[in-house]
Design a protein around this ligand. Structure first.
Ligand code: DQA
Length: 145
């Protein structure tokens, strides 16, 4: 069974408690459980990883292929707008990365309108609430079929 890595960036451990008007009331655990259920339907397996630390995310991206992952669904959170290191890690690997966001980053503050990751990602999904993750997983499963 093909494995897909889910990467959650900084502050996403606070989902459910953090700016609920923007990010909703579901916790990270709820999201991971929904992803597990969807993964079963799609006949893939997933592993979820969250970090508030840029270098840990870079490391995980670098190791994904040798750890047997066929693709990555990633919400880089605030690092979307700042991290050349995460962008370079995505560019350096040979498995597809789908970038997802809960909120529509283009309808928010101007500093969120630029994603450094989008130009090197396979695709980009934003604005569908936690459903963005499910859409990202579906897209990934389709890509690696
Ligand atoms: C986010 C959007 C980012 O701008 C923000 O920094 C986040 C979450 C989203 O999922 O909507 O932490 O990636």
């Amino acid at each position: 069974m093909k494995k897909i890595l889910i990467i959650h960036g900084p502050n996403l451990n606070l989902l459910g408690k953090r700016e609920e008007d923007i990010y909703g009331s579901k916790s990270l655990d709820d999201i991971n459980k929904s992803l597990e259920a969807k993964a079963k339907e799609l006949s893939v397996s997933i592993e979820a990883f969250q970090s508030n630390i840029e270098g840990e995310i870079v490391q995980k991206i670098q190791e994904a292929s040798s750890e047997g992952f066929s693709a990555i669904v990633m919400n880089p959170a605030a690092y979307t707008h700042t991290s050349v290191a995460i962008r370079d890690a995505v560019s350096a690997i040979d498995i597809p990365v789908i970038e997802v966001h809960i909120s529509n980053i283009y309808a928010r503050e101007e500093f969120r309108h630029t994603s450094l990751i989008a130009p090197v990602a396979q695709g980009h999904i934003a604005g569908f609430g936690v459903q963005s993750y499910i859409l990202g997983l579906e897209a990934c499963a389709d890509l690696i079929k």
